[in-house]
Design a protein around this ligand. Structure first.
Ligand code: PEP
Ligand code: MG
Length: 588
């Protein structure tokens, strides 16, 4: 793909979110409430454009009616009124007429005409110093986004060919967008929003889709169909690559391919350090579709099954038997290796378990993780019974997310015990000794790990959340991404404290956050005493080889020094030095 004479090479720098290199053409999609693409429609196309607007409104109305009736069932009449207000808004004659006029008189495409009308409306409302009206702007934004998402795109008009293989460029992508991507066409993606630990990025790594996120302000300038290179290793999107750049990337692809096949050849060799210390490497999964990848990666089990991704298939959790079927499939596929099933971790930045009538001011500190399960006992019971059913089909463990203290562990275990009693009475087989773990991802849990350890069978440290809560940095916010430091001394101390509390009580500690897959940090985690690393399937071979190249005693001595080091960078350097000394080739 040599450079065209007239187009200079342009490089956009973002955050590397999922490794891999793609050489292809760009396809841009407009999403969210960022300005949609604007273009002029031909006079003859005006009626069709107006019809597209009416159609988007109709679909939106249908969705809102459905949401409203679900909410009525869940919480009674009172709160379903919010969707009534949304419906009234999209039926508001003043809004509809103004959009129709803009299409007719200004020849604007329907999405843009609608967007412009709503922006004006919002602007006017924001100027009114009335808290009630200000709150209503959130409703308007919400319903406007919904309408924008419901426009059916006409590829002739947009002159794009998303059927061809391409690099997708978008303002933002939700985890469900990522999971439902057509992998034959989308070779990689780049987004303006997002961060390395967002669920979209995690999913991209799990599915092996190269990705760059946090390309601030770039999407608006990027045009469809231009030739490009997406570098998911360094976080670059290069438009109109020069011949030299193109050749350099072709060489890089060959080099990476060589490293990958060398690692594949070693996947069945035990993951033991040079001085004979075994560390389990297991895989994280979100979707059952990832199982073949985990199995071929050489992982010795699933260390984290994020069950909330079952919500992607519908708007609520599947019932007990449907869940049991999914969990049993994973358990049978991985046997004789264990599968750690994490109970629903919804809410916060993740998928909602039900529409919230009253948006939370601080979702990360709100109704998420185990808190949701404990306050929805019927739903929790379905899930625990499903997990127990699967425990008869393979080696299954259960763990609870976002534990912040002892009472949540006790209440969860009590619920599990009741489910066991029920199944026993019903004559349904399950493993009565199913291991029960607590995720350590809230600082209070790490600080009190000595109280929690006697009550569980293992700890799994969720560093993604542990870091964000320890240093008060939103894991998904690109504006503070540089403050999100896995090697912050406070994080390292909390990890150490958790592992020590586990050891004192005879239980093992693993790490299942993204930190576990970062081979710069393998020496540090091993040195601190971690016994299991659960990582994205694509990272398994690399982490395995890192372990085989290290000396446990040397890692422990380094970790001792790291615990005395006050700077994040200093800690990172100590670990990285050891990593480079023993497996520098894995960084190529
Ligand atoms: C974590 O927080 O590190 C973790 C593994 O859970 P999740 O990324 O699903 O929040
Ligand atoms: Mg977490």
């Amino acid at each position: 793909m040599p450079k065209s004479k007239f187009e200079p090479e342009i490089t956009y720098e973002g955050i590397p979110a999922s490794p891999g290199i793609v050489i292809s053409q760009i396809h841009v999609i407009a999403r969210g409430f960022s300005a949609p693409e604007v273009y002029e429609v031909a006079e003859s196309e005006i009626p069709r454009e107006q019809e597209r607007f009416r159609h988007a409104l109709e679909i939106t109305k249908k969705q809102l009616i459905e949401l409203q009736s679900r909410l009525e069932t869940l919480s009674g009449d009172a709160e379903s009124g919010i969707f009534e207000a949304h419906i009234m808004l999209i039926e508001d004659r003043a809004v509809v007429d103004r959009v129709m006029e803009a299409i007719e008189n200004r020849w604007q495409n329907a999405e843009y005409a609608f967007y412009a009308v709503m922006q004006n409306f919002l602007e006017a409302m924001r100027r009114i110093p009335d808290p009630y009206l200000r709150e209503r702007t959130a409703d308007i934004e919400d319903v406007s986004q919904r309408v924008l998402r419901n426009f059916e795109h006409d590829d002739d008009v947009r002159q794009q060919s998303p059927e061809d293989r391409h690099i997708l460029v978008a303002y933002d992508l939700s985890p469900s967008d990522t999971a439902s991507m057509n992998r034959r066409h989308v070779l990689g993606f780049a987004t303006e929003q997002g961060s390395v630990n967002s669920h979209t990025a995690i999913l991209a790594r799990a599915l092996g889709i190269p990705a760059v996120v946090g390309l601030n302000g770039a999407v608006i300038d990027i045009k469809a169909l231009v030739p490009a290179i997406l570098d998911g290793y360094t976080g670059k999107l290069i438009l109109h690559p020069s011949s030299a750049t193109f050749e350099r990337y072709k060489d890089l692809i060959t080099k990476k391919e060589k490293v990958r096949s060398a690692l594949d050849a070693m996947r069945d060799i035990a993951t033991e350090t040079l001085d004979g210390h075994g560390i389990t490497v297991s895989g994280n999964i979100e979707l059952i579709e990832e199982l073949p990848l985990v199995k071929t990666s050489g992982a010795k089990g699933v260390g984290l099954y994020r069950t909330e991704f079952l919500l992607l298939n519908g708007e609520e959790m599947p019932n007990e038997l449907e869940q049991a079927d999914a969990y049993s499939r994973v358990a049978r596929a991985m046997a004789p290796h264990p599968v750690i099933i994490r109970t629903l971790d919804a809410g916060g930045d993740k998928l909602p378990v039900e529409p919230l009538t009253d948006p939370e001011p601080n979702p990360f500190l709100g109704w998420r993780g185990i808190r949701v399960s404990l306050s929805r006992p019927a739903m929790f019971r379905d899930q625990l019974r499903a997990i127990l059913r699967a425990s008869a089909e393979g080696k299954v463990a259960v763990m609870f997310p976002l534990i912040s203290g002892l009472s949540e562990v006790r209440r969860s275990r009590e619920m599990l015990r009741r489910c066991m009693d029920e199944l026993e009475k019903e004559g349904i087989p399950f493993d009565p000794n199913i291991p029960v773990g607590a995720m350590i991802e809230v600082p209070s849990a790490a600080v009190c790990a000595d109280f929690l350890a006697p009550e569980v069978d293992f700890f799994s440290i969720g560093t993604n959340d542990l870091i964000q809560y320890t240093v008060a940095v939103d894991r998904g916010n690109p504006h503070v991404a540089d403050l999100y430091r896995p090697t912050h001394p406070a994080v390292i101390r909390l990890i150490k404290r958790t592992i020590d509390a586990g050891k004192d009580n005879g239980i093992w500690t693993g790490v299942c956050g993204e930190m576990a897959g970062d081979i710069r940090l393998t020496p540090l985690l091993i040195g601190l005493g971690v016994e299991e690393l659960s990582v994205g399937p694509l990272q398994v071979p690399r982490v395995g080889q890192a372990i085989r190249s290290l000396n446990h005693a040397e890692c422990s001595a380094m970790a001792e020094l790291a615990l005395k080091e006050p700077r994040s960078q200093g800690i990172l350097d100590l670990s990285l030095d050891l990593a480079k000394k023993h497996y520098g080739n894995l960084f190529d």
